[in-house]
Design a protein around this ligand. Structure first.
Ligand SMILES: C[S@@+](CC[C@H](N)C(=O)[O-])C[C@H]1O[C@@H](n2cnc3c(N)ncnc32)[C@H](O)[C@@H]1O
Length: 230
């Protein structure tokens, strides 16, 4: 797995800025203006609340949600990459969003997430609120086929967990908006014989600007394609 990239944007900064940002991140604060950087005690409270929520909800996710193990991988990718501008396609009732938003709370970032089904979207909103993560989520109800191309970039991290037949197209729409060091992750890529997954994997594996690895995780498979050149 590619974990060696600098935090997004830092590679383009003068050295002394980059050092200041890295020091700021190391002591628990995002860059200046990071909307959600928190004091250590508040972070501890939030961590406890999210952990309690995930613990209580364990075993009750029934809307095509990611297994907890894959949620943990997503969380770790975001924290390790220090990703802040996060996009999710396919919210459902919000399990993966909670893991991503928990990570965003640590990096000073925010998750934009898109869901087409109104009932699942409403349940997700309630879950974000119960978990204490609403401030870290911009949840949108609508068709991602239309909403994704209209999003302004740049983006640091994408998690795609929606209609597989559109996976290649989502990547194509977002490819120019992913920053160097940023990554596009797709769920269920170990589904054998799925034409949407196959078309997507073939494309990203042959793309010289991205390096793609596969995390087995729960067994569903999570591809992670990280931009290695502008
Ligand atoms: C596998 S579920 C997502 C699970 C979610 N990531 C989680 O872990 O809780 C896929 C979701 O994508 C949504 N979806 C499918 N096509 C979509 C589209 N074109 N636009 C937005 N959402 C879509 C479905 O309604 C469904 O709720």
């Amino acid at each position: 797995m590619s974990r060696g990239f600098l935090p997004s944007g830092i590679g383009r900064m003068p050295l002394h800025w980059a050092a200041a940002v890295l020091i700021g991140v190391a002591i628990g604060y995002g860059p200046a203006g990071g909307a959600h950087a928190q004091q250590p005690h508040a972070r501890g409270d939030l961590d406890a609340r999210v952990a309690r929520f995930l613990d209580n909800a364990r075993g009750s996710w029934a809307d095509m949600n990611v297994p907890a193990r894959d949620g943990q991988i997503l969380h770790d990718l975001v924290v390790q990459g220090n990703f802040r501008r996060i996009l999710e396609i396919g919210t459902s009732t919000g399990h993966s969003t909670i893991w991503l938003a928990w990570a965003a709370a640590k990096t000073g970032g925010r998750v934009t997430t898109i869901e087409i089904d109104a009932k699942r979207y409403r349940t997700a909103l309630a879950n974000f609120s119960t978990a204490g993560l609403s401030a870290y989520v911009d949840a949108r109800l609508g068709d991602a086929h239309r909403l994704v191309p209209a999003l302004s970039g740049p983006v640091d991290f994408v998690f795609c967990d929606a209609d597989k037949e559109w996976l290649w197209q989502y990547f194509r729409d977002l490819e120019p908006k992913i920053v160097p060091g940023g990554c596009f992750a797709a769920h269920n890529v170990l589904w054998q014989g799925d034409p949407g997954v196959e078309r997507f994997l073939e494309y990203v594996r042959q793309n010289p600007k991205f390096r793609t690895t596969i995390e087995r995780g729960s067994g569903e498979g999570l591809s992670v394609s990280c931009r290695i050149s502008p």
